[in-house]
Design a protein around this ligand. Structure first.
Ligand code: DCP
Ligand code: MG
Length: 591
């Protein structure tokens, strides 16, 4: 199962061909781009930079990961594979039984959002290639600029090299928030409980509106898009599908200003999934994509089912379940009312600076924005995390548990300032705040959810999965600046981070001579390994960092009876204490 080329891709005369970064991933509108040219320019312009060094470390880590998996793969005997095929087949049947085709989900995503807002405010930009942001980083580019390979998260100086005519417009978040609010007023008419995934995207359950108005889902999508255009002057794209995972994939298919409907029909879903590239699925990022491609030759979602025995053998049950679900085209269909948002966050990238006054000023803005977002949703939180990225691209997170639940900007700022102070002096290029452990002040039922959540924690103090789920969803790889907000599909992001099963026990398992262990013992073993920390938290994917040598610790403190647990998390390297790179350890104590 070797395919050395796609990782090391190695033609030494064309080293850029193996240089894959966020800057070279295609977005909508980049289908006809000369990829080789873009890759070469990105490579040449970033070579020698700290970013480049960091990318090299990530690449080396990924190669190591792939190599380890290949070794483990090679150790699988036919009897092992037979055994894991049985486990996989059983799991597929169980997952299939959970398929829910009763809901119709719509995912809506604004087209080139920041760029479109800027063009609306300054029509002279229309038709010209433009990007929002500056020389250090651009937030997005319009579709004219994308034809040159210019895209979000790319430094402006590289974008300019790709497209010398490129016009830069500085970011203006007030404007984007204003237009985002207008779109949300429209969403509310179609689903009062819609899930906002970021400033420019949302998930709506349109089952009721389709029934009430005897309209097809496609007609509802058309009408909603028209209504957004009337209210804002902006265009958006929509995807309709039986679950949120698929709806998001669908909204990207006919971008910009288009829509795609996947019917609520099992056959239609399976056909759609059969050729869907794995990278299109939320939660499958660069590293996962490479591992699946290079170790197992899985390129489409269907491949997940074809290689199910390998996936069950080499990944933790949580990750294997996720991959099998993707292969079956399953996703979340639950109603938003039952979903308790687990965190709210924001972050800003800026030109690297050591100026402490400037850094504190940015922190004030972030605290205010976070507080406003929380107030809008009637939320209070207790675990505050400060995320920093240094000028050498090292990502640090520092977390603190606040004395009380709060949404006040003063409280947030007070504690965030202490966290920042401890890190200074430092040259920083990104700062973000995140608040977790939410209480909703608006909805009684959310409180009920929280009680259930606490029950869960109390019943599962030794179950990392539950604990980590309760703490935070992992960020997606290419998060927008507002994209750290839960998308409602946080489980999917979690799954990606939940890790390759690199438990040393696997080694023993694979070497075991006697494969005739009873089913019960096997099952038990599978389960036991799933709740061992090493099993669950070895990262499969990383956003920014090489593996962290010392895993941080999450401490759960129960202060007697059924009172709320206090959760504290140490920082991983990627940011937000995520399981993807931190390899969290969990400790529980009762006081
Ligand atoms: N954004 C950002 N940084 C990123 C990605 C996005 O600041 N790395 C901001 C700018 C985008 C907005 O978030 O306008 C929405 O992100 P999308 O990924 O939806 O991108 P666009 O809306 O710009 O383009 P499209 O959805 O048409 O592909
Ligand atoms: Mg968008």
């Amino acid at each position: 199962m070797e395919n050395e080329k796609s990782v090391s891709g190695t033609d030494s005369a064309r080293p850029w061909q193996s240089y894959h970064t966020a800057y070279t991933n295609a977005k909508a509108g980049m289908e006809k781009v000369d990829k080789d040219k873009v890759q070469r320019i990105v490579y040449e312009m970033s070579k020698g930079s700290k970013y480049f060094e960091n990318e090299e470390k990530k690449e080396a880590y990924m190669k190591q990961k792939i190599e380890n998996m290949r070794v483990q793969c090679a150790k699988l005997a036919a009897a092992d594979l037979n055994h894991y095929q049985k486990i996989a087949d059983k799991r597929i049947v169980e997952l299939e039984a959970t398929r829910d085709l009763s809901r119709v989900w719509l995912h809506v995503d604004m087209d080139a959002f920041y760029a479109a807002v800027e063009t609306l405010c300054n029509p002279s930009l229309k038709g010209k290639p433009m990007a929002v942001g500056g020389m250090s980083m651009i937030s997005t580019a319009n579709y004219e600029a994308r034809k040159f390979g210019v895209r979000a998260a790319m430094p402006g100086f590289i974008a300019l090299k790709l497209c010398p005519e490129l016009i830069f417009v500085p970011t203006d978040f007030k404007k984007y928030t204003h237009y985002s609010d207008l779109t949300r007023k429209v969403f509310k008419k179609y689903d009062p409980n819609f899930l906002a995934a970021s400033l420019d995207e949302a998930y709506l359950d349109i089952t009721s509106i389709c029934n009430e108005r005897s309209m097809t889902s496609g007609d509802v999508a058309e009408e909603l898009r028209e209504s957004i255009h009337t209210e804002t002057g902006l265009t958006c794209s929509a995807g309709v599908a039986p679950n949120r995972l698929l709806a998001k994939v669908c909204s990207d298919i006919n971008k910009p200003n288009g829509q795609f409907v996947l019917p609520n029909d099992r056959m239609a879903v399976m056909t759609f999934i059969s050729s869907l590239p794995i990278r299109k699925v939320g939660g499958i990022g660069n590293v996962t994509e490479h591992v699946l491609k290079d170790v197992f030759e899985i390129t489409t979602c269907e491949g997940m089912l074809q290689k199910s025995s390998f996936l069950c053998a080499l990944f933790s049950p949580t990750s294997a379940d996720f991959f099998l679900s993707v292969g079956l085209g399953l996703g979340r269909t639950d109603t938003p009312q039952a979903t308790l948002r687990k965190s709210i966050s924001n972050e800003r990238t800026f030109s690297a600076t050591k100026d402490e006054a400037l850094l504190y000023k940015k922190l004030v803005d972030l605290a205010e924005m976070l507080s406003n977002d929380m107030k809008k949703e009637g939320l209070c939180g207790r675990t505050l995390t400060l995320k920093l990225k240094t000028s050498s691209f090292e990502v640090r997170t520092r977390a603190v548990t606040l004395p009380t639940y709060t949404c006040s900007s003063e409280d947030i700022l007070k504690h965030a300032s202490k966290l920042l102070k401890a890190e200074l002096p430092a040259s920083l290029r990104l700062m973000g705040l995140r608040i977790d452990s939410m209480l909703c002040l608006k909805k009684e039922e959310t409180k009920r959810n929280l009680d259930l959540w606490i029950d869960d924690l109390e019943n599962n103090v030794d179950d990392h999965n539950t604990v980590a789920n309760a703490i935070n969803p992992c960020p997606i790889e290419e998060s927008s600046q507002d994209g750290w907000i839960d998308s409602g599909d946080e489980r999917l992001q979690e799954e990606e981070s939940s890790g390759v099963n690199q438990n040393p026990k696997l080694e023993q398992r694979l070497n075991r001579k006697n494969h005739t262990m009873s089913q019960t013992r096997q099952r038990k073993k599978h389960k036991t390994s799933s709740s061992s920390s090493q099993d669950k938290h070895i990262p499969i994917d990383m956003t920014n960092c090489p593996p962290s040598p010392a895993a941080p610790e999450i401490r759960i403190v129960f202060s007697g009876g059924r009172s709320r647990p206090r959760l504290t998390a140490g920082g991983g390297n990627c940011g937000w204490s995520c399981r993807r790179c931190s390899g969290m350890r969990v400790a529980a104590s009762v006081s």
